[in-house]
Every structure is written in C-alpha cells, then in structure tokens.
Design a binder for this molecule. Structure first.
Ligand SMILES: Cc1ncc(COP(=O)(O)O)c(C=O)c1O
Length: 360
C-alpha cells in the first residue's frame, strides 16, 4: 500500500492556518449542526434505545426506505433489498474491491480519478486500465465487457459532469456489449444551475452499482453512505449482495446505528431537506464564483481550467513541464494546500478490447 498523498497534505495543512483546497472537505458552514443536535437528542430519547444498540448489517429499515424513495425521485424504481447502508461511500468502495477485485482483474478508471477510490482498490491489485476521455469526460470506448469505476457527476478531481448524450452512449455500450460500472455519486446534489442528467444506474440498472453519500449534503462526520445494487431477480446479483453483507459484517458488523438514527430523525422530522440542499448549493455556488474570479485575477498565462457547474472541484492544468508536486511545499508555506497531479495510477494502458468482466 502507498501512503495517501491527500492524507499527507491534509496533515501538513491541519492546524497550521493553511487554506486547504485539497480533498473534498465540505464547508463547515454547510453542516446543519443545530438540527443534527436536536435529531441526536430525539434519537437518544427513543424508548427502545435503538440508536445505541447493534442493528441489521444492511442498515436501519426506515433509512433504507428513504433511499428507495430518493432514488424514486430520480426516476428509478428499486426495492429496500437492493439498498445497503455503508460507513460512508468509502466503505462501499472497499467492500466492492474485496468482493469484485483480485490480482490482475481489469478495472477501468477515469484518468484522473478519485485518489481515495484508487487507493481502496489498489490493495486488491487489479490491473487499472485508464479509460479514454475527451473534453466532455469519459468516453464509452473501453467500457464494454469490463468493470469500471466512474464518477459522472462533478467528478473528483476534474469537476466534469457527463452530459446527457455521453451518458446515453455509455449506457448503450454497456447494454449492447456487457460490462458493469461502479457509479460513485457523492456530488450529484451539489448542482448550481440545473440538476445533472439521470444516472447511469437509471439507464442500465442491471449493470450498475450506484453509491450515494450523506457526507457532502449533511456532514462527513456521520460516516454515512449507501450502495444500491442491481435488481435482485438475477442470481449473480443475489450472490453479490450476500458477499457484500459478509464483507460488511467482517469489516464493521454494521454502520453506526447512532449515525443512522440521527440522520433518520432529521429526515423524518419535517425538517426542510429541500431548503437545506438549496442553501448548501447556494453556498458552494458562491464559493465557486469567488474561486473562478480569484483564478482569473491571479494565475499567470499558461494555466487552463474549467469553471465547474456543481460539486467542489476546480481542475487546473499548468504549463507543460511544470511539476505540481514540487510546487506544493511552497504553496503550503504560503498558506494554501492543493492536490498535485495524480501519480498513483501505476499500471495503466488505454484499454479497448472487450472482455467479459461483470459484477461477479
Ligand atoms: C468521489 C468520491 N467518492 C467517495 C468519497 C468518500 O466519501 P464518504 O465520506 O461518503 O466516504 C469521496 C470523498 O471525498 C469522493 O470524492
């Protein structure tokens, strides 16, 4: 295992009055702290003391039902049995790695991609295959017959949101030629002008494992996420579900019942969830605008970037030949941390050839 570049940077930035632009650290101002405090009290006052007890490995039933309802608002019908509550979406990545990966198994990844996922997968020694991409984001080529990890909404770290047509191309390719996708979506709710197009999971529900997270919309300290499996009518998916539960039990038995109960109390209390999301979007939109303005004003020529339509990331490309890792210590000294260009995809090649590598 490699030590995480992000972790090392965050260590540098921690407590040293460094403005950290590294990692997907949500703004503390976006946390609904008071509402969470009240929800915690209510959760603890329940007569059955459920919030302090062990619970089902799959997660609290009502929270899973809430996920079913949320996914329903995105136009996809699922059942509670398809939902597994996880300890952040990071745990979902680890569990999927445990169950699906093995040394040498091909795993398509965007380049660049979320370092935390690459790190989680790297333990299982897959053969990372970098997927071709263009200005719109990842291309459909290379997805056929292979397992891939994608972040279609406001990608970490490029900030790109895959447009409708590209999603449909990807879905068509998957439907025609097989292949499966782990669709990681922690940023989908953080749109600034209009919601992103429907997920890949909504387009080819049999071939996509969808991951959601409460980290960016409530608070990462809760460590709450969820996984939505393909329809369980297929025997291979039922087997996948059983293995994931087994892996989850071995890992932490179940996600904190206290965190789950607090989130549930909050969601069910009549609290204005939609209003909260609007406020969070507004906050990040404002910060995005400030950042865009600062970049325009401060960066010398030779730098390029796109202003993101949602999420938390600006992806900057420096002049050719510039070593961004070498810039980092000086930046931290000057009070700003950032993530240098990724170097953690070790074995990459542009993959095309279809191979049957699905969710089993
Ligand atoms: C793309 C992506 N996936 C997963 C995670 C992990 O999120 P969680 O807090 O839900 O574990 C992050 C965190 O920044 C992320 O950017």
């Amino acid at each position: 295992m490699q030590s995480s570049v992000i972790r090392e940077i965050l260590k540098l930035a921690d407590g040293h009055q460094v403005l950290s632009l590294a990692g997907g650290l949500p703004a503390a101002a976006a946390f609904p702290a008071e509402a969470l405090a009240e929800a915690t009290q209510r959760a603890l006052q329940r007569a059955d003391r459920r919030a302090l007890q062990y619970g089902a490995s799959e997660g609290i039933t009502e929270l899973r039902d809430w996920v079913v309802q949320q996914i329903g608002t995105q136009g996809r019908r699922i059942t509670r049995e398809q939902v597994l509550i996880t300890t952040g979406s990071q745990q979902a990545l680890d569990l999927l790695g445990k169950v699906l990966l093995q040394p040498g198994r091909r795993l398509g990844v965007e380049q660049p991609s979320y370092l935390g996922a690459l790190q989680a997968f790297q333990v299982f020694e897959p053969e990372f295959v970098s997927l071709a991409s263009d200005a719109l984001g990842v291309c459909a080529d290379g997805l056929a017959g292979c397992l891939s990890y994608l972040i279609p909404n406001y990608q970490n770290p490029t900030g790109l949101c895959l447009p409708e047509a590209r999603r449909q191309e990807i879905a068509d390719r998957l439907l025609q030629s097989g292949g499966s996708v782990i669709e990681d979506d922690p940023y989908g709710e953080l749109w600034f002008n209009s919601p992103p197009p429907p997920s890949l999971a909504a387009r080819c529900p049999e071939q996509v494992v969808y991951l959601g997270s409460f980290s960016k919309v409530l608070a990462p300290g809760l460590r709450l996420g969820y996984m939505v499996l393909p329809d369980l009518s297929c025997a291979a998916t039922r087997e996948l579900a059983a293995k994931l539960i087994q892996a989850k039990q071995a890992s932490d038995l179940r996600t904190s019942t206290l965190s789950q109960s607090v989130a549930l109390e909050l969601i069910r209390s009549g609290w204005d969830w939609g209003g909260h999301l609007d406020a969070v979007r507004g906050l990040y939109r404002q910060r995005r605008d400030q950042m865009a303005q600062a970049l325009r004003q401060e960066l010398p020529s030779g730098w390029e970037w796109r202003v993101p339509d949602g999420g938390m990331f600006f992806w900057l490309q420096g002049p050719i030949g510039l070593d961004t890792q070498a810039l980092l210590p000086a930046a931290v000294q000057a009070g700003v941390a950032f993530v240098p260009g990724p170097r953690s995809i070790r074995r990459t090649r542009h993959g095309q050839g279809p191979r049957c590598d699905c969710l089993s």
